[in-house]
Write a protein that binds this ligand. Structure first.
Ligand code: KMT
Ligand code: NI
Length: 179
């Protein structure tokens, strides 16, 4: 099962785990309350997996592509990694499925604390539009990720502060309704 935890505030290497001392785990239920959803799938059979097909159909994830994040394969690798780790939001859901390798998605909780989600092969996650988040490789320095999207993809990141965007205010309303 996917592991998630509250992060320490140290400015040390972003690829490290950054656990609090003592560790403070975060449950899937707590993630759901933030609008973050998780699925475990069979990444070896993603091309013919009926579970993935069902998720795509039910949620209208019509678009799909695959990106490999590794220094030898990703153009502008350093620049992109830097961009991914800038705290940002999108106006659409961010849906990512790890096919190989691993990495961390960090999301802000209601009190603006960072939660680190350790994503590995077979983990699919959906981050809601308007949530502040970021991504980093871990110390394995390699991930192959499927990106899903409803319709024509828009990957535009809005770096924080982006509090006046409608996507953000709507997300905050969603959090209040859940509180
Ligand atoms: C994003 O917008 O945060 C990303 O696309 C992260 C890279 S996908 C592993
Ligand atoms: Ni993003």
């Amino acid at each position: 099962m996917v592991q998630a935890w509250y992060m320490d505030g140290s400015g040390e290497d972003q690829r490290k785990e950054h656990h609090l001392e003592p560790e403070q785990p975060v449950s899937l239920e707590e993630l759901r309350a933030l609008g973050v959803f998780y699925y475990k799938l069979d990444a070896d059979n993603y091309e013919s997996d009926p579970e993935l097909a069902k998720i795509r159909k039910d949620n209208n994830y019509t678009f799909m592509d695959i990106i490999t994040i590794h220094k030898d394969t990703l153009p502008n690798y350093e620049q992109k990694l830097k961009m991914f780790y800038e705290e940002h939001l999108h106006l659409d859901d961010e849906i990512r499925y790890i096919l190989e390798g691993s990495g961390y998605f960090d999301v802000r909780d209601k009190q603006d604390r960072w939660i680190r989600i350790a994503m590995q092969k077979g983990d699919l996650i959906t981050l809601p539009a308007g949530i502040y988040h970021r991504f980093t490789l871990d110390e394995n320095n390699y991930v192959k990720v499927m990106r899903l999207f409803v319709g024509e993809p828009v990957w535009t990141p809005y770096n924080r502060p982006a509090d006046d965007l409608e996507g953000r205010t709507k997300y905050l309303q969603f959090l209040e309704l859940k509180a």
